[in-house]
Design a protein around this ligand. Structure first.
Ligand code: LLP
Length: 406
């Protein structure tokens, strides 16, 4: 965290909470760390924009030198409008309709296709083009079952044993396979699982199978700590293990291939802070509940994935430690940011800071219970450089009832 608590509290004087505050310096730090990990490789990073599609952040990351990994036609449209070049965009959607294939194909981005059905339908519409293929690396890894994408029952990627079928489809439509991709899961702590997935993927890359390969893409899933108890990942040993495997691949393939990653959390999770305010303290016979002005409509990860988000008391940091459930204002019992969490005494009116709220937080937020989304501030060197204001209740309501009155 680059901002101190006082800087964050000062922002609440000017801006209403709930408020997302992004510190872009942290993104640059992680981007440079990733680039620095692989000096031997011809590395390209595609930021997985699904993690956070705040336009200022997308442009910032693109200016650092990254391309973008997209998963819907609208994501492509957004990043193209922001000035990202087609050659810097990969399209890794799943379960595409023919209309979506048509729409996305016209933008000129490279498709990363994860099923033989989509590959065949894409080939019929856009024969004689280049594609990347997403394979299922046959490894189950990731911080929660809902975000593990490998293994025999996964909806993602083509099974490794379906290579022959893939080759036949590519031949039929004269598709040139320029990239081989896998994404194993999100938040992968287990380095051996990540490396096994790489190993499995590389086993199918031969000149006989795919003579036109230009790059291998290992997806996202790069681990960063969310809790103070978690250690920083050993990226030194990760990078040397990847380098070793790539060296062997380049020798057997007879050519040096580019290396792609498409991180989401690694780049943006730590830059985000969600500042919320406590309005109601309840004491249920000694069980303390701190009720706030936000909820899982603004930050769903604890509810969706049992995810730990560190929380600090911004306005009473030195209070006596007590144990709280920290909950939202949504009408569901599961609307919980943390249970049994020890924090300095929380008083009505105190501001709490939810850490690591940069990835899959605002981008997964909704208007459930017809509550507004928070404003977002982007900061560089502790100065506000961009402000996405709140869409008011009246605008929301007018959008909803427009069709009734039409
Ligand atoms: N590439 C592909 C094909 C993906 O499906 C994903 C994430 C990424 C890259 C980026 O993964 P990352 O580096 O962020 O782990 N909403 C969940 C995470 C969903 C991840 C979906 N795919 C969460 O909040 O934990």
């Amino acid at each position: 965290m680059y901002l101190n608590k006082l800087d964050l509290l000062a922002l609440t004087d000017e801006h209403k909470t709930p408020l997302y505050v992004y510190e872009l310096d942290r993104i640059q730090y992680r981007y440079e760390q990733l680039i620095g990990m692989f000096p031997e490789q011809d590395l390209k990073v595609h930021y997985a924009i699904k993690a956070n599609f705040n336009p200022y952040i997308v442009q910032y990351i693109n200016k650092l030198g990254a391309g973008i990994d997209t998963v819907s036609p609208a994501e492509i449209k957004l990043v193209q409008k922001l000035g990202v070049k087609s050659e810097d965009i990969i399209f890794t959607a799943n379960n595409l309709t023919n209309e979506e294939i048509q729409e996305a194909g016209q933008t000129g981005v490279l498709f990363n296709l994860g099923s033989t059905s989509e590959l065949d339908r894409y080939g019929k519409i856009f024969p004689n083009t280049k594609v990347c293929l997403r394979f299922n690396p046959d490894v189950i890894a990731g911080s929660h079952t809902k975000i593990q994408t490998g293994g025999p029952l996964s909806k993602f990627g083509i099974l490794l044993e379906h290579v022959e079928e893939v080759k036949a489809i590519c031949e039929k439509h004269n598709l040139s396979v320029v990239g081989i991709h896998k994404h194993t899961g999100s938040g992968i702590k287990d380095q051996s699982a990540y490396l096994q997935a790489v190993e499995n993927l590389l086993s199918i890359i031969t000149p006989e199978n795919f003579p036109d390969i230009e790059f291998t893409d290992f997806g996202g899933g790069l681990f960063i700590p969310y809790s103070p108890d978690e250690q920083e990942y050993d990226y030194g040993s990760f990078a040397s293990a990847i380098n070793e495997r790539l060296e062997a691949l380049h020798a057997s393939y007879g050519k040096k291939l580019k290396l792609y990653f498409e991180p989401g959390k690694f780049l943006v999770a730590e830059c985000g802070n969600l500042v919320i305010q406590v309005n109601t303290i309840k004491d249920n016979n000694g069980h303390l509940i701190a009720g706030t002005n936000s909820g899982f409509n603004h930050l769903a990860r604890p509810v969706m994935y049992d995810a730990y988000h560190h929380i600090t008391n911004l306005s009473n940091p030195d209070g006596e430690l007590k144990t709280y459930d920290i909950v939202g204002n949504i009408c569901e019992t599961g609307d919980n940011f943390a249970s049994g969490r020890e924090l300095p005494e929380i008083r009505e009116g105190d501001y709490l800071l939810i850490h690591n709220a940069g990835a899959y937080c605002f981008s997964m937020a909704s208007n459930y219970n017809l509550r507004k989304l928070p404003a977002e501030l982007c900061l560089l060197d502790s100065q506000v450089v961009n402000h996405s204001p709140v869409v008011s209740d009246d605008v929301l309501i007018d959008r909803l009832i427009a069709n009734v009155n039409a």
